[in-house]
Write a protein that binds this ligand. Structure first.
Ligand code: GLU
Length: 307
């Protein structure tokens, strides 16, 4: 209770604090339907282990979760393929931009980790193997709805189409991986599924709810086992913010996953699941103000992985 009161105070003061920020970054320019979203807005929703939820800004406003979806896809892919998954995708930070072709080629077409674009295209492909894209997307959406305990979560088709028209780098990544045999499905089917998965829309409240299972909520092992949860948390620490993951560990010290929609899922293991959204990005493709909010909350609440 004390904790939720403290967090409520921190979040109450957040609006005033943010009002003083001049530079909110720029929404993702390469996805046309994201490019026009005004940068000066934010949302925070925090679900605490005690059952309380504390919010700030516009917690019910829906945004494109983009790469945050990769966390949920990874959970399903781990469940579906077990250890075999790691023969197709690595688990090292890439140290390069989220859509780097050169690092993929340097490693013979095997992505460095499941959170850069190439790696997520592989985990998405692994959900397809032998079935229609629609079946894989239905499974993913059902899984996210189950985790969030909310049936009202959908894919924004306009965003998916928008990205399908302009996602040339992702097309190149998928083709390179098809050529090297990392994926065996037709690249256009895999990409169609990948773009739709990235176009899942959620509010900060829904995303924080869904994150509980990765932070503290015990689930049936068939949904997410304890060992899977730990592994996903570890990958969020090492690879969750692309080539800013090291800096984020240094500044904030908590597992997180970003998306180019400006979202950030921040976990406080055993304590809280926090969704943050501010659509303007920094040069690394992560939410500029979102990172500042995460750092502020971690500091004020004295939350860190590192004692
Ligand atoms: N859909 C985006 C892309 O493939 C996801 C990238 C991100 O959110 O970081 O470019």
């Amino acid at each position: 209770l004390e904790e939720s009161a403290k967090l409520a105070t921190v979040l109450e003061r957040l609006g005033d604090r943010l009002a003083a920020y001049d530079d909110w970054g720029q929404p993702a320019q390469y996805i046309p339907s994201l490019a026009r979203i005004p940068a000066r807005q934010f949302a925070v929703a925090a679900c605490l282990r005690s059952g309380q939820t504390v919010t700030a800004g516009s917690p019910e406003k829906r945004f494109s979760i983009q790469s945050i979806s990769k966390v949920f896809t990874l959970c399903l892919a781990m469940g579906r393929h077990g250890e075999q998954l790691w023969s197709w995708v690595g688990r090292e930070p890439s140290g390069t931009s989220f859509d780097s072709l050169s690092i993929l080629e340097a490693h013979g077409g095997k992505p460095r980790n499941p959170f850069d674009n190439a790696g997520a295209i592989v985990t998405t492909a692994s959900l397809l193997s032998g079935r229609e894209p629609k079946a894989a997307l239905t499974e993913l959406l059902d899984f996210v709805r189950y985790l969030a305990d909310d049936e009202g979560i959908y894919i924004d088709n306009e965003v998916a189409q928008s990205e399908a028209k302009t996602g040339f780098t992702n097309v190149a990544l998928a083709n390179l991986m098809r050529a090297k045999g990392t994926i065996l499905e037709p690249p256009e089917l895999v990409l169609g599924t990948y773009f739709h998965q990235c176009a899942i829309e959620m509010s900060a409240s829904q995303l924080a709810q869904a994150g509980r299972a990765l932070a503290f909520l015990p689930l049936a092992p068939s949904a997410i086992s304890v060992s899977q949860r730990r592994r996903v948390n570890a990958l969020m620490v090492t690879c969750g913010l692309y080539d800013q993951s090291g800096d984020f560990a240094f500044q904030v010290g908590l597992p997180a996953k970003s998306g180019v929609g400006g979202g950030l899922l921040l976990l406080v293991p055993n304590q809280a699941s926090i969704a943050i959204w501010a659509p303007g990005l920094n040069a690394k493709g992560n939410s500029k103000v979102g990172i500042r909010i995460a750092a502020h909350i971690a500091e004020e609440m004295n939350w860190s992985l590192y004692s």
